[in-house]
Design a protein around this ligand. Sequence first.
Ligand SMILES: Cc1cc2nc3c(=O)[nH]c(=O)nc-3n(C[C@H](O)[C@H](O)[C@H](O)COP(=O)(O)O)c2cc1C
Ligand code: SF4
Length: 461
Amino acid sequence: MAIQYQPGKTPHSREKRLIFKNVDRVGYDPSIDCYLQDGGYDQLKAALKMEKGVIINEVKASGLRGRGGAGFPTGVKWGFIPPTNTKPVYLICNADESEPGTFKDRYIIHQDPHQLIEGMAISCYAVGAKLAYIYIREEFPEGAKILDKAIAEAHTKGFLGQNILGSGFDCEIYVHRGAGAYICGEETGLIESLEGKRPYPRIKPPYFPAALGLYMCPTIVNNVESLCHVKHILQMGGAEYAKLGTPNNTGTRILCVSGDVQKPGYYEVEVGKVTMAEVIDDLCGGLKPGRKLKAIIPGGSSAKVLRADERFKLKDGRELGILDIPMDFDTMAACGSMAGSGGVIIMDDSRSMSWVINNLNNFYAHESCGQCTPCREGSLWMKKISDRIVAGKASPDDVDTLESVANQIEGKTICAFGEACSWPTQSFIKKFRDELKSDCKPELAGQAVAEESLVASAGLR
Ligand SMILES: Cc1cc2nc3c(=O)[nH]c(=O)nc-3n(C[C@H](O)[C@H](O)[C@H](O)COP(=O)(O)O)c2cc1C
Ligand code: SF4
């Protein structure tokens, strides 16, 4: 997968660059020498003189919430390692970056790998892990090479290996390349894959990784961006970091904006300090000429779609239009969707919603691991029915059947892929039912079913 650099691209004035400080910076390269010029590894040096519990408390005080999708507080997760644990503890950096619409971790890896390695080394020290893995998807071969080189450099300078900087702390980081599957981004599927098995997610409870993770030992799984924040939290202090962003939605985060805007791309902003209107009009230069906003998927393809003309009445009394929504975890959830992995997909009035949901359903049907029946069968049926709709060979009843298939998946599966694949369908039908039905052609519906039966009887899916 080619990574496009934009050297010299000036960050937008609304951005607050912490994690992406060095991304696209002229004269900056991924070497350790470059990183060291700007105080690189100073936070690791400081951390190694601190009590582990103090570091965990700083991360808790920062309010950092995971940037991989669920937005779970990082410090709280770290605190879940059983206090009586006697087994080895592992740290895993989730660099699968598989959620459609998300493209941030790869830029950190390509352009500032030592920021990640420093964040990981500090995190390992804090949670008591001597061994860490970076699980990177197959499609990032260059990223894997860059990381291997950076790890070797960190070793040479004594920031990894045995007795780091004379502290008595040992730490090794290994890069593990996945084979390229969405489900390997789900933390327990990832762990199974790392153990050399088929990535069937594990059921939670009991298999919460912080208690029963890699090799059934306590394991902290964090996203690339989350682990980079740890370095900045130590640099600023947790309380100072928490002043960035908004209450309960602290710090900065990288928004990945794609779709029908003039300037799609990545933008690092304080969480909740910019609204959807500011994302579209200021950061991204507005919609395409002559076009109107139709819908937005605000947090990666699994997030529920929001319609341009919706009004959101929140429990705190606020009433917001789509453009008023601040880009934070809590408001996005209160509006019925999620901030997820930061992938914001903008759709204008040129987009067919039948096409969009079919595109998503094709993805999910391909990526289901097949372990649970509702997901394996349901995702395939959602693809087949939406194939019919876009082909103009569905009956309007098919839209209701599609909705009922999605409803049979949600909440009935081993992992959250069940929700990830049913939420798009449920929300698109709820919000664009008439459009989907108007794409149906009842007179051709029999033909589609006959064709599908032929395919099925020939043993093809
Ligand atoms: C189907 C599915 C795919 C996921 N893909 C990713 C991914 O590519 N990268 C990621 O960091 N988290 C992904 N997650 C979330 C992880 O399971 C896990 O919550 C996350 O890595 C924890 O890191 P964080 O707390 O730093 O966000 C995915 C979850 C699901 C259900
Ligand atoms: S929900 Fe889907 S992806 Fe997750 S375990 Fe079940 S079949 Fe696999």
